[in-house]
Design a protein around this ligand. Structure first.
Ligand code: GLN
Ligand code: ZN
Length: 768
């Protein structure tokens, strides 16, 4: 007997990033909306075709959206914040883009919606803004049109809808006054650090909208039923979180009120974790079925068995057996044992699926040239469809290559610097003799068209290694010259030679594989190509020394060495199949430690180890967090353990929400930490003020995401605010992130103001 199969979602960017290019052309007004939609629907059609070709039992509809699912749902519910009032003249296609980007044809520019991390993934969703007096004006006609397109394929359909409670949990209430604050920092989502809310919104106040939404959902389900849809996949992933009692109670009430008496069956889907404490609640909701993700269970946990034990005997259980977050092939033999056991109890109530949407993995492996050491071991979205169907039809095969996956592993004892901060800092100050509140930048300078053209030519073999090196050195020399002219105190080489702060190191370390087309959506049209960790990590050669050494030779000022930290490299890569994250992180830390050592030998006196994604791998449930912090902090400290007493270690983080983790940030014990403060206002410093921070800090004084020249007063207010908490001796002045997305004119204008402001304050401090 073949078991029913379905997926929770498929990547929507297209195998060749067709949707990205179509969106960008449309935004630039190079194509009409009709032409744009034609291209988008071609991707939608090929996603459906992939499911039909593979032979899944149900066709998944509604997961394909143009920018983000939560955004699309908000627009369909009529949740359009007041500042977008001009959206009334747009159709829903343009409304979505207006909310996401803050601009639309014939509308005034306003601040885009905030975006934040989608649970613990590297995908970002747009946070819906509800007004306290929000009314809903639903229009799901675009979804119905999508269902009609799917119906022409004559397959049984399952439509995906964001669950009512997950939608409210991820939204926030923004009143008029806050809305004008948002407006103040108009933000383009154009770099990797565009997410200032590390936590999901989870504002209980949004529960007040439950009653308004229930009839809307009921009507939506009625309409889908009338269109012959058999199943609705109601995404309620918040069921895997530590939920407050109010949310738990709301689940019972909402699904009781949304109970169906007709043929339409609701399947509640949960993913990214087990149900934990919400097990009892979830299995008993009055719906037709439940989906769980078994790929995140801890070894030996067998949580899925508990779910089967407790599931009422009429319900469908969709078992998410294929890991939707991993790029590795499934061990079908092992999964088959699970399937067999589950089937004994569930019989035809068992469905098989991917743990979560396949949105989080690259589209198709078939266009890659895979090196022999990992050949046969990988599976991207398209390959996962085949695995799923093979498993359901009992057509399993032994993958010999998987069994011998784990290479030797080395266990490393994490080291840390022996001297306390006060002693180190004193030695460093004596050696560097920097002025009070020294000025610096975060590392990158504009990635100009010339830089990108040179790299593209080099990658294509049109530019020799030597010529590429000369081209990059020219950029470094230019960056140093500009910084000297601007009067900055501590210089950087500008990172011209780096495409991306993680990919650069992954390409030079052993143990990584960089795919050619392994793109994954990060948000909207932005895609990332995470490196894949395939073996033990080691550093065959120094990675950054020649560039920094060259930069250092060009002036008398100190040049900061620039590295990416192990936690960030790990969190922005695909982890290996058979290693714990802790183990891999320490291996990465050892490689970075060796680099710190080589930089130091080459005469580099200040070394920054960026940890932009330090908290991005934080587990969803509180109980799992201490373990993460433990190895993350140890790994960072291990990198800096080769630094001498008077070598100064900096770190940089692109966010400011340290409320719940200042202790861990402090435990990293970097001599200087530079952070984002310009957008979060001075809230952040409040946390530092209340909890105290012993080491030195560079609060970002202006938002590098904005092309506007920052005003001196705004920058000053950050430093004045910081001085209330942090003594001038331990304060630095810098922008809030790297400048690679800006152009040189904007950069020079902003830094001129920054240096001027720092000099003024310095004079006042010295006079006092
Ligand atoms: N050093 C990096 C840069 O300046 C840091 C980037 C980041 O934090 N996202 O670009
Ligand atoms: Zn940053």
């Amino acid at each position: 007997m073949t078991i029913q199969t379905h997926i929770l979602g498929y990547p929507r960017i297209g195998a060749k990033r067709e949707l990205k290019f179509a969106c960008e052309a449309y935004w630039k007004n190079e194509t009409s909306q009709t032409e744009f939609l034609e291209k988008a629907y071609a991707v939608e059609a090929s996603n459906w075709q992939a499911q039909i070709d593979a032979g899944t039992s149900l066709l998944t509809v509604g997961d394909f959206v143009l920018y983000d699912s939560i955004l699309t749902h908000a627009v369909r519910l009529g949740v359009i914040p007041a500042r977008f009032h001009e959206a009334s003249k747009l159709n829903q296609i343009d409304q979505q883009f207006y909310l996401a980007r803050g601009r639309a044809p014939n509308c005034s520019d306003v601040a885009a919606l905030e975006m934040t991390k989608w649970f613990d993934t590297n995908y970002h969703y747009l946070v819906p803004e509800l007004d306290s007096a929000q009314t809903f004006n639903a229009d799901f006609s675009e979804l119905y049109a999508q269902v009609d397109r799917a119906k022409t394929l004559k397959q049984p359909l399952k439509v995906v809808v964001p669950g009512l409670l997950t939608f409210l949990y991820l939204s926030r209430i923004v009143d008029q006054q806050q809305s004008s604050e948002v407006q103040d920092h108009h933000k383009e989502h154009d770099c990797e650090c565009g997410h200032e809310h590390a936590e999901l919104a989870a504002d209980k106040a949004t529960l007040q909208f439950v009653d308004a939404l229930i009839p809307i959902y009921a009507k939506l389900f009625d309409e889908l039923s009338a269109r012959g849809v058999e199943y609705v996949q109601v995404d309620e992933p918040i069921l895997v979180l530590d939920l407050a009692p109010e949310w738990q109670a709301a689940f019972e009430r909402v699904y009781h009120l949304l109970q169906r008496r007709d043929a339409l069956k609701l399947i509640i889907t949960t993913y990214f974790e087990t149900l934990g404490e919400n097990l009892n609640l979830a299995v008993n909701l009055p719906v037709a079925g439940l989906h769980i993700d078994i790929s995140r269970e801890k070894a030996g946990e067998f949580f899925w068995k508990k779910v089967i034990d407790q599931l009422p005997s009429h319900k469908i259980l969709s078992l998410g057996v294929i890991n939707g977050r991993s790029v590795w092939a499934s061990d079908l033999v092992k999964l088959d044992e699970i399937v067999q056991t589950a089937q004994k109890t569930l019989a035809d109530r068992l469905w098989l699926s991917t743990g979560c949407s396949l949105l989080h993995v690259p589209v198709d492996l078939s266009s890659e040239t895979v090196p022999s050491n990992i050949d046969g071991k990988l599976a991207f979205a398209r390959q996962k469809l085949d695995e799923l169907v093979a498993l359901a039809s009992g057509n399993i095969y032994v993958n010999e290559k998987l069994s011998k996956a784990a290479e030797h592993s080395f266990d490393l004892v994490a080291q840390s610097r022996p001297e306390a901060f006060e002693i180190r800092f004193k030695a460093q100050q004596e050696k560097f003799n920097l002025p009070l509140i020294p000025t610096t930048t975060i590392g990158s300078f504009p990635q100009t068209t010339e830089i990108r053209a040179a790299r593209a030519a080099w990658n294509k073999g049109q530019l020799s290694d030597a010529d590429y090196e000369t081209a990059m050195k020219k950029e470094i020399a230019y960056a140093i010259e500009q910084q000297v002219a601007l009067g900055l105190d501590v210089l950087v080489h500008g990172e011209a030679e780096r495409t991306d702060m993680v990919e650069y190191f992954a390409s030079l370390l052993d143990g990584f594989w960089l795919s050619k087309f392994g793109w994954v959506q990060s948000y909207g049209s932005r895609c990332v190509r995470p490196p894949i960790i395939v073996a033990d990590i080691s550093r065959p050669n120094a990675m950054t020394v020649k560039w920094i050494e060259y930069a250092n030779s060009l002036s008398d000022k100190i040049v900061k060495g620039m590295l990416t930290g192990p936690v960030t490299i790990l969190n922005w890569s695909f982890p290996p199949a058979h290693r714990t994250r802790r183990e891999v992180c320490l291996q990465l830390a050892e490689a970075i430690r060796l680099e710190v050592s080589d930089l130091q030998t080459a005469g580099v006196e200040i070394i920054q180890i960026d940890e932009a994604a330090f908290r991005e791998g934080l587990p969803l449930r509180k109980a799992d967090r201490p373990e993460y912090w433990d190895w993350a902090v140890k790994s960072f400290k291990h990198c800096s353990s080769s630094a001498k007493l008077d070598t100064q270690i900096h770190t940089h983080m692109c966010y400011s929400d340290f409320k719940d983790c200042l202790a861990e940030i402090t435990a990293m014990d970097a001599d200087v930490i530079t952070i984002e403060t310009s957008r979060s206002g001075l809230q952040l410093l409040e946390v530092f003020h209340q909890q105290g921070y012993p080491n030195a800090i560079g609060p970002g004084v202006y938002d590098i995401h904005s092309p506007r020249t920052p005003s001196s007063e705004n920058m000053r207010s950050v430093i004045d605010g910081a001085l209330k908490t942090i003594p001038a001796e331990r304060l630095w002045v810098n922008p809030d992130c790297g400048l690679k997305t800006r152009n040189w004119a904007e950069t020079k204008a902003a830094l001129t103001e920054l240096v001027k402001m720092a000099k003024e304050i310095r004079k006042e401090l010295e006079a006092a």
